[in-house]
Write a protein that binds this ligand. Sequence first.
Ligand code: WTA
Length: 635
Amino acid sequence: MSDMSFNPATTDWYYPTEDIVKNAHVPDYESVYKESMSDIEAFWAKRASTLEWFKPWDKVLDSSNAPFYKWFVGGKINIAHNALDRHVKTWRKNKVALIWEGEPGDKKSYSYWRLWQETNKFANVLKSMGVKKGDRVTIYMGRIPELMIAMLAVAKIGAIHSVVYGGFSEQALADRIEDAQSRVLITCDGAWLRGNIVELKKMADQAVHRSPVVESVIVVKRTGQEVHMEQGRDYWYHDLMGLPIASNICETEQTDAEDPLFILYTSGTTGKPKGILHTHGGYQVYTSTTLEWVFDIKDEDRWWCAADPGWITGHSYIVYSPLILGATSFMYEGAPTYPYPNRWWKMVEEYGITILYTAPTAIRGLMRFGDAWPNRHNLSSLRLLGSVGEPINPEAWRWYYNVIGKGKSPIMDTWWQTETGGFMITPLPSVGLKPGSATRPFPGIEVDVVDDEGNSCGPDEDGKLVIKQPWPSMLRTIYGDPDRFVQQYWKAYEKQGWYLAGDSARKDKDGYIWVIGRIDDVIKVSGYRLGTAEIESGLVSHKAVAEAAVIGVPDDVRGNVIYAYCILRAGFQGSDELVDQLKDHIRHEVGPIAVPTKIEFTNLLPKTRSGKIMRRVLKSRALGLPEGDISTLEE
Ligand code: WTA
C-alpha cells in the first residue's frame, strides 16, 4: 500500500474543535495523565469507586506475586450487577440499552429493564442445567442480542464464558471447548452473512462430536432453517426460556474482584490457542473508564461498535462497558455491503449514530466503493469516530475523517490487545491527532519503545513496545498454562518487570506512538488476529502435506493476506485441485477467515540450522525484496 509506510515528518496535525474539547469528560489530557502517574493506585481507586461494590476492596494492587498481579483485592463485585442490576433501580430502566438490526432488515430493541429480565431468565436456565460458579460455558453464535444475553447470564451466576467467533469452524471450536472443558455450549441454528446462512449449528455438531466433553447444547433459533437436534443433548433456547424455571428474578452471584469473568482465545506463536483470562473487578473498572473518556460517552449518545462480540473489542466495548455506562448501543448482524455498499451509512442515518468505532479494513473496504454511497446519506449525527485492530494508513484515515466525519469528527485510533482488555494507547477527544498514530498512552498507563536491552529508543527509532506498569484489566494468566503466560509476556524484560506487547513501534519527537506491527508469528487479516502456527498445523493435518509455512503479505484492503508454502508427502503431486482441497480443508479446520489467498508447493523451506522456519525470508521472496541477513540459514 502506497502510503502504508511510516513517515511522521510529512504528517499534518488535526486538532479537535473547541466545542468537542470543552464538552469532553476529560478536556485536558496532559493534566489528567500527569495526575494519574503521580499515584496510579489512587487514580484507579477513584475510578473503581464510580462502580457499585458488594464489598469494598482492602488493597488496590497486590504485586507480591508479580507478574500474577491482583487488583482490588478483597473486593466483591459482579460485572452483570454494574451492567444491568444497578440501572434498573434508576430512571435508566426505561432507557434503550440495545438497538439491533438483522442483515435481512428485521429490528429489535431492548430497554435496560428488558435486557435485565432476559438475562435473569437465561441465568436461571443455566442454573437449572447445573451450571455453577467457576464452570466454563462456550458460546458460538452470530451477532444477535441473545449472544449478549448469554454472556451476561453466565457472568451473573459467576460462571466463565468462552466466546468463540462465528468465523471459526469445527476444529477450532472443538479445540477451544476442549481447552476450557465446557460442558455447556450455546449456539444458534445459523447466522446471516451476505444474504447466506452460516451453518453454525452444523459446525457446532461436528465440534461436539470431536470434543465430547459437551453435555448440553442450547440453540437459539435465528434463521429458522432445518437443523439436527440431538435428543437429550440439544435444547431450543425459546423452549427453555418458556419454562417456569426461567423466572425473571435471579440473584447476582457476589463474585470476588479477582474471580474469572471470561476466557477469550487468541493466537500466539504456537498452534495451541491461548486462553486469555480476565476477571470481574479490574476489567470493568478499566473498560468503563476508557470508553467513557475516549469516546466521551454521554446519555444522549448512540454508540456503535461495529466489531464482533466474539473478539475482545466486542466483549469490552459492545457488551460490557457501554452497559456499565448506561449507554445506548447499536448492533448490526451482517456484512457492511449487504445488499449495497451504503448499508452502514443508511443505518448511521436511520438510527442517528453519534459515535462509530470500526477497523481500518472495513474503512478501506467501503472506501473502494467511492464517496457517492456515503454522500447519499445524512451523516451529520456523527461526532466521534474510532479505529482499532491494525495501524490505519493515512489515506484511509483521511477518507474516514473527511467523507464520513465531514472534517468535524476526530478519529480515536485505539491501540490495544485481547490481553490488555481495554484501550492502552489512544487519543482522548482533546488530543491533537496525526493520521496513523495511536497518539499517547491512556491515563494510568506507562508505555515505551525500547531495544532488546530495555533502553528507550530515540525519536523515530524502531523498537519493541512495552508496558511498564500493571493496569487493572491486564490479563491474569493464560488459562491452564501459567508458565506460558510468564514466558510469553514477562520473560523478555524480566529484570525490569515490563509487559512485552509483541508489537514493534516508534515514538516520535512529540511522544506520539506509531505502532508498526507484530514482531511474532501473528498475522492480522482484516483486523482478525490469526496465528501462523494454527494455520500451519491445519495444513499439515491434511494427508498430502508434510510441512507448511504461512506468512502474511500486505494487502490494500485486508491489511494482510495469507500465503502458504507446502512441502507435499511422497506420492502427492501439486495441482489446482489440491490447492482447492487445501483451502477447503483450512475452512473446516480453522475457519473461512484463515483460508490462504495463495498456496504454493515447494521442495524446500528456508530454515535456520536449528530447524526454525525463516518466515522473514519467505516474505522477502514473496514481495520480491532482498532476503537480508541469511547467515543463519541452513546449508
Ligand atoms: C494490533 C484487538 C495498530 C496490534 C483490540 C496488537 C493495532 C493486535 C491497533 C492485538 C491500532 C490493535 N494500531 N495496531 N490502533 N489496535 N492493533 O488481540 O498488533 O485482536 O498487538 O486485539 O492488534 O489484536 P487483538
